[in-house]
Design a protein around this ligand. Structure first.
Ligand code: PMP
Length: 286
């Protein structure tokens, strides 16, 4: 069934939606994005995603083309028009389509940003990966130095997923200077003696919206949390591990480079945190 998507102020059937070949998102990955999950037709942590979007735009000297309220209305309208019950809304803002290809940023007065949003239906709460846990491999982190900005430069993460697939795994954890940064599309955590350990915020990782909420809920539920880098060796000796992202919530990692963690099934801490996360984030959905 054809979706209704949003492009620059219009709601259109996906077949009719168009973006210029000169668009800097297409030519230069000069674009930022957000993915907000929908459960029971309601948005999870929209405020968090709107705030990070504003930060990403600021870091790239791009003006916000729409207010957070206007963006919320577009998200809701897409949910309505597509009858979306569970899944995600993808939003992308590019620096627009200047008359010619040029490395220099175009004048925003002349070249307005391109704004695209579309829906993706998917079962998120009852996901097969959450039942079994996922297997990860480790790969070198070869991305650029501003991973805190949520840009559409996703080629290396995409290659990482393919490397994982080729190795019979589900995903890859990236390693820099011996330390785990994050997963290809999620933040990475280990659990040792009941303590949840995850890399501290910085330019090296994306500041996950799910990470922020999950750590808040974990602390409120009296789990011990430590934000610091951890090595791959430490991860392989952990009791449990998990990842977080807007669409996977909290998902257990059951093996790293073929080394099973615990008994090779989702562990108690990650399982409990997933339950708490889903319960709390749904309560606050809008
Ligand atoms: N790290 C990376 C590299 C990601 O691509 C993502 C998801 N886009 C995340 C972490 C998780 O972020 P969030 O919880 O905001 O989805």
């Amino acid at each position: 069934m054809s979706r209704i998507v949003y492009v620059n102020g219009e709601y259109l059937p996906e077949e009719e939606a168009r973006v210029s070949v000169f668009d800097r998102g297409f030519l230069m990955a000069d674009a930022v994005y957000e993915v907000t999950s929908v459960v029971d037709g309601k948005l999870l942590d929209f405020a968090g995603h709107a705030a990070r979007l504003e930060r990403s735009l600021n870091e790239l000297d791009m003006a916000a083309p729409l207010s957070a309220d206007a963006l919320l209305e577009i998200h809701r309208e897409l949910v309505r028009r597509n009858g979306l019950d569970e899944g995600m809304i993808y939003l992308q803002i590019t620096r627009g389509a200047p008359p010619d290809r040029d490395f220099v940023f175009p004048d925003p007065e002349v070249t307005p940003p391109t704004v695209v949003l579309f829906t993706q239906a998917k079962a998120l709460v009852d996901s097969p990966a959450a039942e079994t846990g996922i297997k990860v491999i480790s790969i070198d982190d070869m991305r650029w130095g501003r991973r805190d900005i949520k840009t559409v430069q996703l080629l290396y993460p995409s290659m990482g997923k393919m490397m994982a697939k080729a190795a019979g795994a589900d995903d890859a954890w990236m390693v820099e200077d011996g330390l785990v940064t994050e997963g290809t599309s999620n933040n990475a955590y280990i659990i040792k003696d009941g303590k949840i350990i995850t890399r501290h915020l910085g330019n090296e990782i994306l500041h996950g919206i799910t990470r922020a909420a999950a750590l808040r809920f974990a602390r409120e539920s009296q789990f011990e949390v430590e934000e610091r880098p951890f090595t791959l060796e430490e991860a392989k000796e952990a009791d449990e591990a998990f990842v977080t992202s807007a669409s996977t919530f909290v998902t257990s990692v059951v093996s790293i480079d073929g080394v099973s963690l615990g008994d090779g099934a989702p562990g108690p801490v990650a399982t409990r945190l997933r339950e708490i996360y889903i319960e709390e984030i749904r309560k606050a959905s809008i």
